[in-house]
Ligand binder design. Structure first.
Ligand SMILES: NC(=O)c1ccc[n+]([C@@H]2O[C@H](COP(=O)([O-])OP(=O)(O)OC[C@H]3O[C@@H](n4cnc5c(N)ncnc54)[C@H](OP(=O)(O)O)[C@@H]3O)[C@@H](O)[C@H]2O)c1
Length: 236
């Protein structure tokens, strides 16, 4: 049994991850930010966190320490809320600077600080960290530049974290998803979704269950993949 911390457990993908891990017998704690209704309906132990706050990860791990609970695996399924992702795109005003800050904090800052907090705690054995993202290195897809920059930064971050933390037993990887049947995809215009389906090898969008199954496999089984971006998009 793994002790798994799921960031963004209340989200479309995160809730599927929480359910699948609990069903597999893992001990799961997960975070939520605004969606108390979904958080309260899930198995596992909910923790409220705002990843845009400086020190959020330090405070979260201190809370877990107080409970005597140290995760040996982490799944990062938090993402910039869809409204924020699109609202500031292309704007010359101050809104875009704020949106860039938030995107970097939610995707990049939280990833690096979570890894550092885990690495600072004594725990032997295999420790898989799985970060959901939206870009592998070959995809070309229209999306807001600030979201692309934050998500693209994850590829470089896990490459470095894989080296930094590999000697401590960590495997740190990004799972780059294609469009799914909900969540962040709700902000994507219908014409773009239709185009995606046309070019997808599966001729459809993915599901949260499929995305979660990839993360669950990595958490429970992965030994050799480290510092990589793994495309899990059905072939796009
Ligand atoms: N869905 C897709 O089609 C798709 C495609 C490609 C990549 N992805 C990637 O997969 C990941 C998950 O996406 P999703 O579709 O599950 O997104 P989602 O349904 O919008 O869920 C986002 C999650 O992030 C949390 N969150 C948002 N702002 C937060 C903050 N300030 N502090 C803490 N938590 C915060 C939300 O919490 P609350 O709901 O409680 O506020 C929620 O749990 C993201 O990295 C996304 O880019 C998704």
């Amino acid at each position: 049994m793994s002790r798994v911390l799921v960031l963004g457990g209340s989200g479309w993908v995160g809730r599927a991850v929480v359910r699948q891990l609990v069903a597999a017998g893992d001990d799961v704690r997960f975070t939520w930010h605004t969606n108390e209704r979904v958080a309260g309906s899930l198995p596992g132990h909910p923790l409220r966190v705002d990843l845009t706050c400086r020190g959020a990860m330090r405070a979260l791990f201190a809370e877990l320490d107080d409970d005597g609970w140290t995760p040996n695996a982490l799944v990062h399924a938090a993402g910039l809320p869809a409204g924020l992702a699109v609202a500031a795109a292309g704007s010359p005003g101050p809104g875009i600077e704020e949106a860039i800050d938030l995107a970097v904090r939610i995707h990049v800052t939280s990833t690096i600080t979570a890894c550092n907090e885990m690495a600072a705690r004594p725990l032997a054995g295999l420790r898989n960290v799985v970060i959901f993202g939206a870009l592998d290195r070959t995809q070309s897809f229209p999306m807001p530049a600030h979201v692309a920059a934050a998500q693209g930064g994850l590829a470089a971050a896990v490459m470095a974290l894989g080296h930094e933390l590999g000697p401590k037993g960590f495997r740190v990887n990004v799972v780059a998803l294609g469009l799914l049947d909900g969540g962040a995809a709700d902000a994507v215009p219908p014409a773009q979704i239709e185009a995606y389906k046309r070019f997808s090898a599966l001729r459809r969008v993915g599901t949260a269950e499929e995305a979660a199954a990839t993360a669950v496999w990595l958490v429970r089984e992965n030994r050799a993949i480290n510092g990589k971006v793994i495309g899990a998009n059905g072939g796009i």
